[in-house]
Design a protein around this ligand. Structure first.
Ligand SMILES: [Zn+2]
Length: 394
């Protein structure tokens, strides 16, 4: 068996940069064998350029929305964005499937090895069956009322069954394919629906869109604000949710009590007091909280970014996502890093690379095989040039 030996100007291991001159040794398939000083590596070393990194983890994506690329105007705010997305229904199934296939390939080529993928439908099943990416399928529930909660949960339960039947049919797929229910957002889930999702997700990794606009807090604090326009679209004149006088996060996080790992997505308008609350609530109730940033989508929709420095100073578990092609120009974690670097140039590259690799793998509970150049893992071997353009080597 011929080993592959890779050398670069820098090798990011998943946790930091390897000492200068080190060589990464892998099996022909990309299983990590060793990372050794150059003088111990022998012959046939391939020089790959600027930087080597383990494959990227895209912790938040909606592959099924790929046909909405360039369909929704940027910069209009979340409410108008949501109304645009729910209003676009006139796409042929073939067009939806073609866009999903193209986007899957785009992610693979951009060095993405695992995705936390929101699925409201079974549209992505066919593409995922043949994919070389590791999928965590978040079957995302929208359920606005307690009255219809059972009905809605049953519908999404059927979507979940379709994904799970795939797991049973393909041998060993559990390794690369996991699926479970998740709530969409505080503004789309009723109290009873939250309770049912909590019961159904004990010990699992779940996600929820969090504080992507200040309107979310206003909705729960006062029952008023821009979300009423969103509910009007569904024939409701008032908020279907209880007015708690608290932020959206404080209103809904306490529904979760079953040891879940919860990916909070976006956090663009998450104040410090809520970050403190989330940490304390999680510690008291056996939850793990992960903070997922999707900077390009935040710029696209709300033209703003979350207070990244504060999360970093507070040593939060940070991961990165692309969100969907309805709110992004590409599905590339390297491009998310490029954007963060542009707006936060003082944050070291290796910090952001760790968010994109090992932190993501840990959040999705894939660190046994992905996220770092540790012996025995098969994390993907990605070369980045000086502009962080990715090239997949293995
Ligand atoms: Zn999203």
């Amino acid at each position: 068996m011929m080993h592959r030996k890779f050398k670069a100007d820098q090798i990011f291991t998943g946790k930091g940069m390897a000492p200068a001159g080190y060589v990464l040794i892998t099996s022909p398939e990309g299983v990590i064998i060793d990372l050794v000083p150059g003088q111990d590596a022998g012959e046939n070393i391939e020089y790959t350029g600027h930087l080597l990194t383990p494959g990227f983890i895209n912790a938040h994506c909606h592959l099924e929305l790929s046909h909405l690329k360039n369909q929704v105007p940027p910069g209009t705010g979340l409410i108008n964005f949501l109304l645009d997305v729910v209003g676009k229904r006139d796409f042929k199934p073939e067009a939806i499937q073609a866009a999903i296939q193209l986007a899957e390939k785009e992610m693979y080529d951009a060095g993405i090895v695992a995705v936390g993928d929101i699925s409201n439908t079974t549209d992505t099943v066919e593409t995922k069956k043949h994919s070389r990416i590791t999928w965590t399928n978040f079957i995302e529930v929208l359920s606005f009322s307690d009255e219809k909660a059972t009905e809605r949960l049953n519908e999404y339960g059927d979507v979940l069954k379709k994904f799970r039947s795939l797991e049973e049919n393909i041998q060993g797929i559990d390794h690369i394919f996991r699926s479970n229910l998740v709530p969409h957002a505080p503004y789309s889930i009723s109290p009873l629906s939250f309770q049912m999702i909590n019961e159904a997700t004990a010990g699992q990794v779940i996600s929820i869109h969090n504080q992507e606009t200040p309107d979310e807090d206003e909705l729960y604090k006062t029952g008023k604000g821009n979300f009423i326009r969103f509910f009007n679209f569904f024939g409701k004149t008032v908020s279907p949710f209880p007015v708690t006088g608290k932020s959206s996060l404080r209103s809904v996080l306490p529904f979760f009590t079953k040891g879940q790992t919860i990916l909070l997505i976006h956090n663009t308008f998450m104040p410090e007091e809520d970050r403190v609350f989330a940490q304390e609530y999680a510690a008291d109730n056996g939850l793990d909280i992960v903070y997922c940033f999707c900077p390009n989508a935040n710029l696209y929709i709300e033209n703003t970014l979350p207070p990244v420095h504060q999360f970093l100073a507070e040593k939060k578990h940070i991961v990165l996502g692309t969100d969907s092609l309805s709110s992004n120009y590409q599905l590339s974690i390297a491009e998310e890093i490029n954007t963060l670097h542009k707006y936060f140039p003082d944050i070291p590259l290796e910090t952001m690379l760790q968010w994109a690799t090992l932190n993501g793998a840990m959040a999705l509970k894939r660190e046994d095989t992905l996220g770092s150049f540790s012996k025995g893992k098969k994390p993907g071997i990605i070369s980045l040039d000086i502009d962080l353009k990715p090239k997949r080597l293995l």
